[in-house]
Design a protein around this ligand. Structure first.
Ligand SMILES: [Zn+2]
Length: 121
């Protein structure tokens, strides 16, 4: 499943970033482009599976959806084609394959409690 491998990737990214820092991850924010093919509901579901028994277990996943934006050479501007998904400038109708946004799949931020969990608490 596409989303499950992405969820594992998020866990790896945050775990690597934390390194040996003690603590438990509370929230993770990611940016997901409209062209990334990610289904947010499926990713939420897979995130729970992927984080089980990791330092991210129980963390909240926030997904920021990034609309597609293309460079229009005629307007010399970055424009956002309206849905449904197309690569046509909404101003002058020029078709452009120069995608500037919409392929994102990035971990934006995360928060964690740096207080080590108390044994048996
Ligand atoms: Zn244009």
């Amino acid at each position: 499943m596409h989303e499950l491998s992405i969820a594992h990737g998020i866990v790896d990214t945050v775990s690597t970033a934390l390194g040996d820092t003690p603590g438990v991850v509370r929230d993770v924010s990611i940016a997901v482009g409209a062209l990334s093919g990610v289904v947010p509901d499926a990713l939420h579901f897979c995130f729970e599976i992927a984080t089980a028994d990791t330092r991210l277990s129980g963390a909240t996943l926030s997904i920021e959806q990034v609309p597609v934006a293309i460079w229009c050479p005629t307007c010399a501007a970055v424009v956002e084609p309206p849905p449904p998904l197309s690569f046509r400038c909404p101003v002058c109708n020029t078709v452009s394959g120069d995608v500037r946004r919409g392929r994102e799949l990035d971990v934006l931020s995360y928060t964690f409690d740096d207080e080590p969990a108390l044994e048996g608490a």
